[in-house]
Design a protein around this ligand. Structure first.
Ligand SMILES: *Cc1c(COP(=O)(O)O)cnc(C)c1O
Length: 439
């Protein structure tokens, strides 16, 4: 084995609990193009007027906030610490050696989370605000199930009830995760469901409707709109969710200081954009205001390559009950085949990141629908670094490895950072179906 001539140094960059950031970063303050406002469609009731009735008030304030830095209330910081923040940044030395790449590869470990994903970062914040607002119940949708689990956990910490509408195609095969949500005390329905009008209409047409995230959003919103004391909570897409998630990138910036390094390229998987945004947005601040050069790469599926769609106003849900948001979109009623990385199967990218994409700051790669390449890359990662990524996070792993292999060809000593948004402990069925050899 070759020994390094450099001073021996740890590959793990950790911050003590008291260094959990005290402020979130609000990208709205520094956007290179103005953020297009949400709008009402020409027909039907006003969606904008409905928002204050179903959304958490503090989250709605944050949605349009102009301040660059927003204080994280102390009780939320404490919850973050208890949930294992700050989470380590790790240099993937064994992966680098295996790939024989001159690139330096780092990954952020969002899988060190009570429920297994980065989604707890906004769930804990939203439940704290719900509690402060005196609410008793939240409703929501979930796709892969990570958001539902994260919110079930956070609701449980705040002693608030929760109803979850879960995309049927996924609800059916993830029984353990369903039980996990119920263990926290949440009510869970397969979507489309009989609980809402939106669901009933779709079930009439097809009793085995596989559902979609957009449909589940419609159901969750209708649930909150028709029941008092209940607010609707969203786990991605919206500006306040991106805001809460910047905790990931803010920690990562401090950890890169410890490492004495700085990323040339950052990648993460992207569905609605919350883990991608959370990881990269603080570095976008560096790019926009400090002349830093970082390439941002979103890893997507060919089933839902929303960043390759059109930049236009569209609904966030299937039934068209949300306001219109200007986003990169494939159309809110587009059909998307099921994939194991179901959490990135969404028709549009959140407005903030859509502006950054439009201004030329975000590149994207979409991987084939059979997911073989992506899971093969995840296998390489498991065998070198030891951690099991969630199927969605496997896209991030694949993008990082593919970029590192390009460096091998060009000889570039790039610094590549990627985010692992969650662990795959509850997704072994997915691994088994794609990687037949492990059965
Ligand atoms: C929800 C989820 C995603 C996709 O959602 P984004 O908002 O795009 O981050 C990715 N990875 C995991 C583990 C998730 O739970």
């Amino acid at each position: 084995m070759k020994t390094s001539t450099k001073k021996a140094m740890s590959n793990v960059f950790v911050l003590p609990p008291e260094e959990v950031p005290k402020k979130w970063y609000n990208l709205i303050a520094d956007l290179p193009e103005p953020l297009p406002p949400p709008m009402d469609p020409k027909d039907g009731p006003s969606r904008l007027e409905m928002l204050p009735k179903i959304f958490l008030h503090e989250c709605l304030n944050q949605e349009y906030a102009k301040e660059r830095w927003i204080n994280i209330p102390e009780p939320i910081r404490e919850l973050y610490m208890q949930a294992g923040r700050p989470r380590p940044l790790i240099r993937a030395k064994r992966l680098e050696a295996k790939l024989k790449t001159p690139a330096r590869i780092y990954y952020k470990t969002e899988f060190y989370s009570p429920t297994g994903s980065h989604k707890v970062n906004t769930a804990l914040a939203q439940c704290y605000y719900a509690q402060k607002q005196g609410l008793e119940h939240l409703s929501t949708e979930t796709g892969a199930g990570q958001w539902g689990t994260a919110l079930a956990y956070a609701c449980s910490m705040a002693d608030i009830g929760l109803t979850i509408y879960w995309v049927r195609a996924v609800y059916q095969w993830k029984q353990d995760r369903r039980n996990f949500m119920k263990l926290y005390g949440a009510k869970v329905f397969a979507s489309p469901s009989k609980e809402t009008q939106a669901g009933q209409e779709l079930l009439k047409k097809d009793p085995n409707h596989p559902g979609s995230l957009g449909i589940a959003v419609s159901e969750g919103m209708e649930h909150a709109a028709t029941r008092p004391g209940t607010a609707y909570s969203l786990g991605s897409v919206l500006n306040h969710v991106m805001l809460h998630q910047t905790i990931i990138g803010l920690e990562t910036q401090e950890q890169f200081k410890l490492a004495g390094d700085y990323p040339d390229l950052m990648c993460a998987c992207l569905g609605g954009g919350s883990n991608f945004g959370g990881f990269t947005i603080p570095f976008m601040y560096d790019v926009l205001t400090k002349k830093k050069k970082v390439k941002f790469l979103a890893a997507q599926s060919m089933v839902a390559p929303n960043l390759q769609g059109e930049f236009r106003y569209d609904f966030g849900d299937h039934a068209g009950k949300t306001p219109l948001l200007k986003m990169y979109t494939l159309g809110h009623q587009v059909k998307m085949a099921p994939i194991k990385g179901d959490g990135i199967r969404y028709h549009a990218c959140g407005p903030l990141l859509s502006v950054m994409r439009h201004a030329g700051y975000i590149d994207t790669i979409a991987y084939p629908a059979d997911e073989k390449h992506v899971f093969d890359r995840a296998k390489t990662f498991v065998q070198t670094e030891g951690f099991l990524p969630a199927p969605e996070s496997a896209y991030s792993v694949a993008a990082a490895i593919d970029e590192a292999l390009k460096c091998k060809e060009t000889g570039e000593e790039k610094c590549i950072a990627f985010n692992i948004s969650g662990h795959g402990f509850m997704d072994m069925v997915g691994y088994r179906e794609i990687l037949k050899e492990i059965e």
